[in-house]
Write a protein that binds this ligand. Structure first.
Ligand code: PDD
Length: 278
């Protein structure tokens, strides 16, 4: 049985007790992270833990552990669960308090939950490519925060799934922002294009790794929003995330991208990304 970490203790899943008064349950009042594990080793954990603290700070939530303690907890979970390939899920909520919208007063301790999930690289999709559906981005204006409030993403992903697509490509006023749980990239005339870092997207860690790889490989990058119409005309398209890595997109709505096969730059980035992982 998977070992969980909750409220300062390691415990079996069946023994995990979550209070009905947890603010995560009532309000989605908290933040989270997903960190990938390859061959029993964490990948880009420093960046993920840093982003967790940044997200928490942006919602005025103080985490009752240091960054170093969090890494130790995560490593202990990997060991206790004998995790080889998969990911660690971490979330922190604003604690347990009778339901009222404003912050608890006096302050209550934040609740940290963490556990591991087994999973292999999504190789079939990575080799064949996937379809995405354009969906209006109805999320709030602080998408830079990795908040537990994911209703906008949940509805978009479901709409995409109902249409037989792997992911939703979100757009605000016709400009592509990101995916429901991924960052979106196009390639046009050899230039990799993606939405700039702003309050409208989550600054993905995989996005950062891919942009660094582009720099190393001398692939030009333009961090500038593009329209859905421009997306249809891209030579290549892909999305990135911790679990999806570099995922080729071969169709957006009913429009086939390029020749309907994985693009050469996408393939180059996939290969270079694999070399970065433990
Ligand atoms: N999703 N954009 C959004 C809205 C996300 O939720 C995510 C991550 C990303 C990609 O970020 P990263 O490369 O750091 O994983 C972009 C995680 C994996 C999830 O919700 O499961």
């Amino acid at each position: 049985m998977t070992v969980y970490f909750i409220d300062g203790q390691f415990t079996g899943k069946d023994e995990v007790k979550v209070s009905i008064d947890d603010r995560g349950y009532y309000f989605g009042d908290g933040v989270y992270e997903v960190i990938k594990v390859y061959n029993g080793q964490l990948f880009t954990e420093k960046e993920h833990i840093e982003r967790l603290f940044n997200s928490a700070a942006k919602i005025h939530l103080s985490i009752s552990h240091t960054e170093k303690e969090l890494v130790e907890i995560v490593k202990a979970l990997i060991e206790k669960n004998n995790l080889v390939n998969g990911h660690v899920y971490l979330q922190v909520t604003r604690g347990v308090s009778a339901r009222q919208h404003h912050f608890p007063m006096p302050e209550v301790p934040a609740v940290l939950t963490a556990y591991t999930v087994e999973g292999e690289r999504p190789t079939a999709n990575m080799e064949n490519g996937v379809k995405v559906k354009t969906v209006a981005d109805i999320r709030w204006l602080r998408c830079d925060i990795k908040s537990l409030n994911l209703l906008g993403s949940v509805l978009a992903k479901e709409e995409a799934k109902q249409a037989g697509c792997e992911e939703a490509m979100l757009h605000r006023d016709g400009l592509v922002t990101e995916g429901s749980s991924t960052n979106m990239f196009g390639v046009k005339d050899g230039v990799v294009r993606t939405h700039p870092v702003s309050n409208l997207i989550l600054e993905g860690i995989t996005r950062q790794v891919v942009l660094q790889i582009c720099q190393k490989l001398n692939i030009p990058v333009e961090e500038k929003a593009f329209t859905v119409e421009e997306a249809y005309e891209m030579d290549e398209f892909f999305f990135t995330s911790t679990t999806a890595e570099v995922m080729p997109i071969i169709q957006i709505d009913d429009r086939v991208i390029g020749n309907g096969e994985i693009g050469t730059i996408t393939k180059q980035l996939q290969e270079a990304f694999t070399l970065e992982t433990p």
